[in-house]
Design a protein around this ligand. Structure first.
Ligand code: AMP
Ligand code: MN
Ligand code: MN
Length: 338
């Protein structure tokens, strides 16, 4: 059932033992929002614990209380009276869903989240789940400490590409201004997010070598093999290198995680990629979305390129004649010669 922010606040007030979680493959908003919420609930005198069913990227280890995030083991249970799911629908929280039968309160900003949970609060115009949690602090009358502010800032900054994307609204910047007044140091956060290992930087050039244009240059793809994906710490930011190409509307990054498991990230300038992701079992936002394809690398590539082309034809971004044509655009004209 859909509920308002005030009703969500009331659910939190009446709970005592709260299990908090966010999506697998966690990002700054997933980790930031759960850690902020944990601190808010503890300040209200509640028992609150974060479980995320995945490895945590190193870049977010600067967040206060990050070391308290637990990963569930098989069959582990948690005695909760409320399960709070942030920044995702319940289908991307892994084993955490099996830890408790408590009612679910789901707070999210993904337009594709139509989940049938006990209590659902989605604000698709919020830049990040952290922006919703910022407003929730007022509803709950909880003081935003510097530690809470750092977590909220991390989520908002990373989900807006450091205030570059179209989801950056005046309200987003007002929230962020307040968080900086509360002690957040933007330079410290961006340095931590930008940190890369030597290998991850070297791999940028290998990744760029794999890029291919499709449909006359309207679509660009980058391909990370299983071998490379095992070596790198993060593929975050790689898609930003190719989404800027002037002819391109849709950019995708296809990463092979294991034999029949590939992960997809998509970005666009106009096409609603959340719809393409949804068709492939994922979701997201109009200009940033993703999904998983349980096929080998080559099959996943074909499925994805077809799904993007079909959707672009349906929505008028691509002529069907261009779709029928040889999909991969010859790169001969673009070769760098010496
Ligand atoms: P990413 O490309 O991983 O930064 O994700 C872009 C957006 O798509 C984020 O808002 C994600 O939450 C969403 N997203 C990514 N992968 C999935 C998935 N498998 N299912 C649903 N949403 C996803
Ligand atoms: Mn997220
Ligand atoms: Mn988010």
């Amino acid at each position: 059932m859909k509920i308002t922010l005030q009703e969500a606040a009331a659910k939190l007030k009446s709970a005592e033992k709260i299990l908090l979680t966010a999506h697998i493959n966690p990002d700054g908003d997933a980790i930031g929002s759960t850690l902020a919420m944990m601190q808010i609930l503890r300040a209200m005198g509640k028992f609150a614990q974060v479980y995320i069913d995945d490895k945590l990227p190193r870049n977010f280890s600067v967040l206060p209380f990050e070391e308290e995030i637990k990963r569930p083991v098989d069959g582990e249970k948690f005695d909760a009276d409320l399960l709070v799911i942030l920044d995702t629908a319940p289908d991307r929280i892994g084993k955490v869903i099996e830890m408790t039968d408590a009612p679910i309160l789901n707070i999210d900003h993904h337009i594709t989240n139509k989940s049938d949970v006990d209590f659902l609060h989605v604000e698709s115009d919020a830049a990040a789940t952290c922006e919703i949690i910022f407003k929730l602090c007022r509803e709950l009358d909880v003081e935003i400490t510097k530690n809470i502010a750092v977590c909220l800032y991390m989520g908002i900054a990373t989900d807006t590409g450091f205030f570059n994307y179209s989801n950056t609204k005046p309200a987003t910047l007002r929230a962020v201004a307040e968080l900086v007044e509360l002690g957040v140091e933007p330079n410290v956060i961006s340095e931590q997010v930008e940190r890369r290992t030597f290998l991850d930087v070297k791999i940028v050039s290998a990744a760029l070598q794999t890029t291919k244009l499709f449909y006359g240059g309207k679509v660009v793809g980058m391909f990370i093999s299983e071998e490379i994906s095992r070596k790198v710490e993060t593929t975050e930011g790689l898609i930003d290198l190719i989404r800027v190409i002037d002819s391109v509307d849709v950019a995708f990054l296809l990463t092979c995680k294991s034999e029949n498991f590939c992960r997809v990230s998509m970005r666009s300038k106009a096409v609603d990629v959340s719809q393409i992701a949804k068709r492939l079992g994922g979701g997201g936002h109009v200009r940033a979305a993703g999904c998983s394809i349980y096929k080998n690398f080559e099959e996943a590539k074909n499925i994805l390129v077809s799904a993007i082309g079909e959707f672009m034809v349906e929505t008028g971004y691509l002529l069907s004649a261009d779709f029928e044509e040889d999909r991969e655009t010859a790169l001969a004209d673009f070769e760098i010669s010496d």
